[in-house]
Design a protein around this ligand. Structure first.
Ligand code: IPE
Ligand code: IPE
Ligand code: MG
Length: 245
């Protein structure tokens, strides 16, 4: 057997990363390239999320965290923002119907207070159903910003100190992590950004301290399970030292 094939087989037998995070980028460019409105790219991107989440569950990933809407994305036109929010509602309606079958637990990370009452009600229903499931969990970052998350956590910790429940001098990194939107979720092992951009855009700033990054030029609506396999194979070739030798 040629060496390359042998290596690929060995890599595919390794356990997948426990936690994969994805910056789902490139929807707008994908649509523009096809002469379609940007919103068509978001619609295609939401279908890809569904496919990739199912694939992650099937290959044994425990957590998938996706960046769906950032604290900065409100800068976009009102039409685009409302189209994205509409797609989220559509996705959640459908997810609620299929949750029994798919057994994908959903969690939402971000400052949800700015979302519409309808979207919030759907999120509440989704959370209630999700609580019944164990196993694979998809975290959807909505109105999420890494800096916002840290400030939100700092405020909550400061309030606990003022109430006499916490002491600033005894705060540890692990304690602080419990104030983040991601409390209880292990740090991501692999962060994937499609679309050719090689930046973090305010995603998981605290949690990404030792994540491995994988960038690809593929636009999110063109992203496939085979692309995910390539990212996982690249991950397995990395040597994670966590500051050791
Ligand atoms: C990512 O795709 C989706 C959101 C940010 C909501 P973009 O809409 O950023 O697509 P590009 O980067 O303009 O191609
Ligand atoms: C990051 O993508 C946010 C999401 C994918 C939701 P952006 O398209 O907003 O990031 P920038 O503006 O290119 O940094
Ligand atoms: Mg973008």
């Amino acid at each position: 057997m040629p060496l390359f094939q042998k290596k690929t087989k060995e890599l595919s037998q390794l356990p997948p990363p426990e936690h994969i995070a994805i910056i789902m980028d490139g929807n707008g460019r994908w649509a523009t390239k096809k002469g379609l409105p940007r919103t068509a790219g978001h619609a295609a991107g939401s279908e890809v999320f569904r496919r990739i989440a199912t694939y992650c569950r099937d290959i044994g990933v425990s957590y998938l965290t996706v960046y769906a809407f950032s604290t900065e994305n409100w800068k976009r036109s009102a039409e685009e923002v409302s189209a994205i929010m509409g797609l989220l509602k559509k996705y959640l309606f459908e997810a609620l119907e299929k949750m029994e079958r798919d057994r994908i637990k959903l969690k939402f990370l971000g400052d949800l207070s700015r979302l519409s009452p309808e979207l919030l009600a759907l999120i509440d229903r989704t959370n209630a159903v999700s609580e019944q499931y164990e196993g694979f969990q998809a975290n959807i970052c909505l109105n999420y910003g890494g800096r916002d998350e840290i400030v939100h956590a700092a405020r909550a910790f400061a309030r606990a100190c003022l109430a006499g429940e916490k002491d600033p001098d005894s705060l540890t990194e692990a304690d602080f992590g419990n104030y983040l939107y991601s409390a209880g979720i292990p740090d991501p092992d692999l962060i994937i950004r499609p679309s050719g951009e090689e930046r973090i855009s305010n995603f998981l700033l605290w949690q990404s301290a030792y994540a491995e990054y994988y960038f690809t030029d593929v636009l999110w609506p063109d992203f496939t399970p085979a692309e995910l396999d390539k990212a996982i194979a690249a991950f397995h070739r990395r040597n994670r030292r966590f500051g050791g030798v």
